[in-house]
Design a protein around this ligand. Structure first.
Ligand code: 5GP
Length: 204
């Protein structure tokens, strides 16, 4: 039997560039994860294809999926539903392949509960670490604006608590490299590797 695959969850605050990083990752030939295509009730954007970018559904169809426990997680985001089909995730992990989810933060928290053994990567805005520095040195922002920005940044940092790794999206290429390195390292963890060795040495 195959060793179970890893469930990789890429998430982070709205507007951080999750979709762009995910697309860049999957455009690379050596990417070995399987992308889990989400279900959504939002209308397709130009160029988006059903079954490739999303499975586009009506609200009724989506709600039926919720009722029938067909979703690993779901969330309402800017007036539309988004969710991850559970059957695909289970089947693919069972086949020993890594599954990659790119979802917003509410959904990621639900996955964390259902799959605590998953690999949770937080994509952080590039400006976060530097934020205060920049705001203070620039000196052009009003007090209220600085406070608002700092508040938003603090909330984002608090969201990180539910994740295993933080990748700053300072450059798309670097972010992709970091994500691949994290996945590789996760595969090499002793608790994943040791059982394989022990099995190998089992005497018939
Ligand atoms: P967009 O409409 O721009 O494609 O996506 C909006 C947001 O929904 C993004 O933050 C994206 O990560 C998130 N999203 C996409 N698919 C899912 C999903 O299956 N579940 C959840 N919770 N969020 C999703």
């Amino acid at each position: 039997m195959n060793e179970r695959g890893l469930l990789i969850v890429l998430s982070g605050p709205s507007g951080v560039g999750k979709g762009t990083v995910r697309q860049a990752l999957f455009a690379q030939e050596d990417t070995k994860f399987e992308y889990s295509i989400s279900v959504t009730t939002r209308k397709p954007r130009e160029g988006e294809r059903d079954g490739v970018d999303y499975f586009f559904k009506t609200r009724e169809e989506f709600e039926e999926m919720i009722e029938n426990n067909k979703l690993l997680e779901w969330a309402e985001y800017v007036g539309n539903y988004y969710g991850t089909p559970v059957d695909y995730v289970e089947k693919t992990l069972q086949e020993g392949k890594d599954v990659f989810l790119e979802i917003e933060v509410q959904g990621a928290l639900q996955v964390r509960k259902a799959f605590p053994e998953g690999l949770f990567i937080f994509l952080a805005p590039p400006s976060l670490a530097e934020l205060k520095n920049r705001i203070v040195t620039r000196g052009t922002e009003t007090e209220a604006l600085i406070e608002n920005r700092m508040k938003a940044a603090k909330e984002e940092i608090e969201l990180m608590d539910a994740y295993d790794y933080v990748v700053e999206n300072d450059s798309i290429e670097l972010a992709c490299e970091k994500i691949k390195a994290i996945v590789l390292a996760e595969h090499l963890r002793r608790d994943r590797v040791a059982p394989r060795y022990k099995k190998m040495l089992e005497v018939e």
